[in-house]
Ligand binder design. Structure first.
Ligand SMILES: [Zn+2]
Length: 381
């Protein structure tokens, strides 16, 4: 058994701060926040650092020069996870953008392998499409968007049954409410996105077990005065969670603030990066389904200017929410740890620093830069 005591820091458990205590970790899990240090424990001196839960990113298309679409393999997943860990992400869902049947099957296989290997940082997979709406396609290839068939439904249910956590983004236009209900009842986390659904229809899907909306405001029916759209439904629906890209380009900070102030629980708005392969690299752009994406000034766009994923990491997103929107650092951290864990139904073992929780830990300098990262209790080199 490896026993570690992180001492001399200010511990934030996701709700409360603990001063003059040590965070005790054994075998990849938090075991205690304690006044003493157990005999035989390896000591890590946090030296005044903030000791906070690691970030959980439910929408990561790539990183470290790799796109999950191009490398739907366990090695691809490991490389993406490593690239994001430097920015505080200790668990993520590699996210497949709409692709053909063969690549989609490979992505599921890669998830199965990554789970079997206990790949550091891997939480599950996110299939964003292909059952979306062409009218809200964003950067998804419209030629690959299609209705959900019985075999698609069964493949998703089988993955959830046999492998583990699975998030899928769907549009009401191409997935029936009965299909959505069957997925939810089978334990798949279902999110509405890339859709022109009405508010009434979206609320019906939420009542049928859909838990989430994908990148709130982007590629969805907007909040209008007579038709509140998916934006209205996601903010109004108490149980609904919603991801938000906090780079200041995808959503105006005013709209972000309005949504955050309006949202009542238990569902919450949480941060996703929607990051592409550029994170952790100097790459000038990338290719997606054979189309070039350009990187400039913190944005990624297709040739026609359509935003194509984001060029931001998790720590920068947390700092944007804290510094630009003025949310307390505690809430900004929760938006990147506890709330995404709750959205995936694993808020009882991920996203906080309490006994029994995964030892996914960040040591932050008082200036909020990252000093060190622990995934399942193991410190990143
Ligand atoms: Zn999207």
């Amino acid at each position: 058994m490896t026993l570690t005591a992180i001492t001399g820091g200010r511990i934030f458990d996701g709700r409360d701060w603990h001063d003059g205590r040590s965070l005790i970790v054994a075998d990849g899990r938090v075991t205690a926040i304690s006044a003493g240090i157990p005999a035989g424990a390896r000591q890590v001196d946090a030296d005044g650092a903030l000791v906070v839960p690691g970030f959980i990113d439910l929408q990561v298309n790539g990183g470290g020069g790799v796109m999950f679409n191009d490398h739907p393999t366990p090695e691809g997943i490991a490389r993406i996870a490593r690239a994001h860990a430097r920015f505080g992400t200790t668990k993520l869902l590699p996210t497949l953008i709409t692709d053909n049947r063969a690549v989609t099957a490979e992505a599921r296989k890669a998830g199965r392998e990554a789970a079997a290997r206990n790949t550091a940082g891997f939480l599950g997979i996110h299939l964003e499409g292909p059952h979306l709406s062409v009218s809200r396609k964003g950067a998804h290839d419209p030629a690959l968007i299609r209705p959900m068939e019985a075999a698609d439904l069964e493949a998703l249910l089988a993955y959830r049954r046999e492998v583990g956590l699975l998030l899928t983004t769907i549009a009401t236009e191409n997935v029936s409410i009965d299909q959505a209900r069957a997925l939810a009842e089978g334990g798949v986390t279902v999110s509405l996105g890339h859709t022109d659904t009405t508010c009434v229809e979206a609320l019906d899907y939420f009542a049928a077990g859909v838990r989430m909306a994908t990148h709130l405001f982007n590629a969805m029916s907007p909040l209008g005065h007579r038709e509140p759209g998916l934006v209205g439904a996601a903010i109004h629906g108490g149980s609904a969670f919603a991801g938000l890209i906090a780079d200041g380009f995808h959503v105006d900070p005013v709209s972000m603030g309005v949504a955050l102030r309006a949202k009542q629980g238990p569902g919450r708005i949480f941060i996703v990066t929607d990051a592409m392969s550029t994170i952790g690299t100097d790459d000038a752009g990338l290719m997606l389904n054979g189309r070039r994406i350009f990187r400039e000034g913190g944005r990624l766009t297709l040739a026609d200017g359509t935003l194509a994923g984001a060029d931001i990491d998790m720590l920068s997103s947390v700092l944007f929410v804290h510094r630009r929107l003025g949310l307390p650092i505690e809430e900004a951290i929760r938006m990147a740890s506890l709330y995404p864990a709750e959205a995936m139904g694993v808020g009882d073992r991920h996203g906080r620093l309490l006994p029994g929780y995964a030892a996914d830990i960040l040591l932050l300098e008082p200036s909020l830069s990252i000093r060190s990262v622990f995934i399942d209790g193991a410190e990143l080199e």
